[in-house]
Design a protein around this ligand. Structure first.
Ligand code: G1P
Length: 303
């Protein structure tokens, strides 16, 4: 049974988490372990996403998985045997850790049997939505956006301006070809962190990019996105792109805005970004942080 909409503080019930990728940038670790389960300090990346989704007030995590990636869903199920053992041994702290993921949010699986692109993956989630859901959030588990809270800000902007709201970061010009890039104009709001989107293009060449503001893994999309996703053709890389469905909505007059996030971002999908995320979480960790800071400083000094 899903919770009624009025119990969702930001009127977002479902967060879609595309997790069907092969994790090729992370081999050999991802030969048998889904990259979404790799730990940042001690917590799998996807549990951090679930925590952020729960903070937003969502109650359902629609996890898009590939046929051989069931382990991702298992992380959100109870584990009675392990729980019993920990209970018998009086390991309460560890028991809490085991129980945490299932208690945060209800994860439901959506299987994507062919890797046809992010747009295709998101489109599949429509089947799990209730009739009263007029918006869906998408969080890409490769992107850690810190500090959390940007989704709440995006929900506020949607409440004020309607339509769809995306999270943006500004990157160096030589980085734009890795992202969905926004064509933007100023908008008259009190806070300076919102811009109107005039167009969006997936991974353009540097010279064709309309700006250096890029999409970064957090989307609040009007339900109209599903209809748009059914109407797009394969785009960049021969895949169905979420960016192209958003661009289609814009050309049809649908309002799209970005919230420019002033914070940090880590790309967990590749070892370089993942190491940074571990260092960032590690040095801020109450237990490991103080000694890690000292050790890193010493290491850098002696290097
Ligand atoms: C995806 C999106 C892209 C976005 C990026 C953010 O690309 O297609 O528009 O900017 O995520 O991380 P991917 O990194 O999956 O190739």
């Amino acid at each position: 049974m899903s919770k009624p909409m009025k119990l969702h503080k930001h009127a977002v019930k479902t967060v879609v988490v595309p997790a069907a990728g092969l994790g090729t940038r992370f081999l050999p670790a991802t030969k048998t372990v889904p990259k979404e389960l790799l730990p940042v300090v001690d917590t799998p990346g996807i549990e951090l996403i679930a925590e952020e989704a729960a903070e937003l007030g969502a109650s359902r995590l629609a996890v898009i998985t590939a046929p051989k990636k069931q382990g991702v869903l298992a992380h959100f199920q109870e584990h009675p045997e392990l729980e019993r053992t920990l209970e018998e041994r009086g390991k309460d702290e560890q028991l809490d850790k085991v129980r945490r993921a299932p208690s945060l949010i209800r994860a439901v699986p959506v299987e994507q049997d062919k890797p046809l692109g992010l747009g295709h993956a998101v489109g599949l989630a429509e089947e799990v939505l209730d009739d009263d859901e007029d918006v869906v959030a998408v969080m890409l588990p490769d992107d850690l956006v810190l500090p959390t809270g940007v989704m709440e800000r995006m929900a506020e902007v949607r409440a004020e301006l309607g339509g769809s709201v995306l999270c943006a970061f500004q990157v160096e010009p030589d980085q734009v070809s890795n992202y969905g890039v926004f064509d933007i104009e100023e908008v008259d709001t009190e806070a300076g962190d919102v811009k109107r989107v005039l167009g969006m293009v997936e991974k353009p060449a540097r010279e064709d990019a309309p700006s250096t503001f890029v999409a970064t893994g957090r989307y609040l999309l009007d339900r109209a996105i599903f209809d748009a996703l059914r109407r797009i053709e394969p785009g960049k890389g021969g895949e169905l792109q979420l960016t192209d469905a958003i661009e289609l909505l814009i050309t049809e007059g649908h309002p799209v805005h970005i919230v420019i996030h002033d914070g940090r971002r880590h790309d967990l999908g590749n070892p370089g970004g993942y190491i940074r995320a571990c260092v960032d979480y590690g040095i801020h960790h109450p237990e490991y942080g103080p000694s890690l800071r000292r050790w890193v400083a010493e290491l850098l000094e002696s290097d």
